[in-house]
Design a binder for this molecule. Sequence first.
Ligand code: ADE
Length: 363
Amino acid sequence: MAIISSKQQPIEPDPKPKQRRESKDDRKTPKASPKLDLLQPTATSDETDKLEEGLRPQRFADYIGQKDLKTVLEIAIKAAKGRGETMDHLLLYGPPGLGKTTMALILAAEMGTTCKITAAPSLERPRDIVGLLVSLKPGEILFIDEIHRLTRMAEELLYPAMEDFRVEIAIGKGQSARTRSLPLSPFTLVGATTRVGSLTSPLRDRFGLIHRLHFYEPEELTEIVLRSADLLKTPIDREGAEEIAGRSRGTPRIANRLLKRVRDYTQVKNLGKIDRKIADEALEVFNVDPRGLDWTDRKVLSVMIDNFKGGPVGIETIASATGEDVQTIEEVYEPYLMQIGFMLRTPRGRMVTPAAWQHMGYK
Ligand code: ADE
């Protein structure tokens, strides 16, 4: 599977606002956290292979959160099994790190089948996708990450595969060229994307189930941290888990990453059981803001406050002022800032809320 790796933060000092007073959070708040990618929701290859494998829930019974999605899928699975058919194709969308791959793997386990995992950028040539499709076993699940990045050609090969379980291949060239239709085993496609709006409508329309993954509630993340700590045989109390959960940006992948760093800190300092105080101390050392904001989140907010009196500001302006690209701001930073009520989208642009002004230490 093609892994999206975390982007390194540019090295720059923390923006120094003009009329800034020190807030309670300021003392705990990181200055710049330039090289830190603990708070990036995208996975590193190491995590995808090791960290996430060990901690991923294998069945719905172990999966915490995303209640609506679980209900819908449990019904779809039961119905498909009852009819002895494959489940409808499923499109999952939402910010990175919320468990789209995990859902596909659970789906396979619940259906009693296996799952082949790939990402759209690995399917550039027609033979990549044809080879993959013909290799599928009856009932197997095919997970395609970043499905909005499929080439036009790959997409067109997928249409008959999704609809009629066949693939059209071209044989020969020029005037003697013919197409041949190869039958495929029935399969379920699970597509994942952070940008559902970028999917073409013919592709989107071929999914029978389309579902969004939401950020996790703090209580759900607390349960996830407690479950992961148990699997890692790391002693922790509920308050310690709450502290980690509160700084995890609503994202299990980040919660598990922070837990591992707090575990290291606790072990090296010989502190025993992780409690709130230890978690707080450790996360301060790792420059994780009390609300889980990283350097870029804080830069976005301070640019909007200092340069634009809190907005409204256009997304392109925010992107160029922070040195990020528009897509990253839209997909990674903005969703969480909106989720915690720090940013609003208005017809005239983005605005910073009073809660964000306060968090950033302004009156
Ligand atoms: N680990 C990562 N995501 C999880 C989830 N949703 N439930 C339980 N453990 C997890």
